[in-house]
Design a binder for this molecule. Structure first.
Ligand code: HEM
Length: 199
């Protein structure tokens, strides 16, 4: 038996898909700047990367405001309750059609493993990419800020690239997990329409 619940509000869906588009753009242009391939041409890739980075900053300001005014930030408070059951489910249960250990509701829309993963994204990966990205962007101002004695461009680029690979790994796992809902596309549909089909 399945039923439908409304989990993702309009702003949340807008935020999710614009963020996805910007992060994909940042990955495509960033790895080109890194030298992994040629797609837009180096100069253009740099320009697009900069515009997408500023757009993402703007989007995040609105998203953070939204999370705090709606109280939705509480969805990210971590819990270890049932984390072991979730890991077991993704490693084994999912292949033997065992029941999902977590029941999604409007109040708790993330399973415990998702909470930890998203919190890790916000607290570990984002600061790495943001701080290194800012210092990279404002390299010309280092001397004026008096930080040129402490920083080297090689290290900033290194940390930025580490952050980029972490985002790439997160992205791949994230896409795989979108297919593990009630049906292969039910999670994706929920992020488009807001309505999730649950057991
Ligand atoms: C969120 C996803 C992001 C990814 C995946 C990403 C990825 C990358 C990669 C792989 C490079 C090449 C690094 C190198 O080899 O030296 C790069 C360069 C750069 N990134 Fe990012 N980046 C992201 C976000 C940001 C943000 C938020 C900022 C600024 C606040 C930023 C600013 C820069 C700058 C200034 C460069 C140097 C080249 C340029 O001017 O475009 N990036 N990025």
């Amino acid at each position: 038996m399945s039923e439908k619940i409304y989990v993702f509000k309009r702003f949340e869906r807008f935020w999710h898909w614009s963020q996805a588009a910007l992060i994909i753009t940042l990955m495509l242009t960033g790895f080109e700047v890194h030298g992994s391939y040629v797609l837009f041409g180096f100069g253009k890739a740099v320009d697009i990367h900069t515009v997408a980075a500023w757009s993402l900053v703007t989007l995040w300001v609105f998203a953070i405001f939204w999370h705090f005014t709606t109280g939705e930030w509480k969805q990210y408070i971590p819990t270890l309750d049932k984390v072991d059951a979730m890991i077991k489910y993704y490693l084994m249960g999912i292949f033997t059609h065992a029941p999902h250990p977590f029941k999604q509701t409007v109040v708790t829309k993330h399973n415990p493993l998702q909470r930890l993963a998203y919190l890790g994204f916000w607290l570990v990966i984002s600061p790495i990419i943001w701080f290194s990205g800012w210092f990279y962007l404002f390299y010309a101002s280092w001397a004026a800020w008096g930080v040129d004695r402490y920083l080297s461009l090689e290290w900033v680029a290194f940390f930025h690239t580490v952050g980029a690979f972490m985002i790439l790994a997160f992205f791949i796992v994230h896409i795989y997990l979108t297919t593990t809902g009630h049906t292969v596309t039910s999670h994706i549909k929920a992020m488009v329409t807001g309505w999730e089909e649950v057991e």
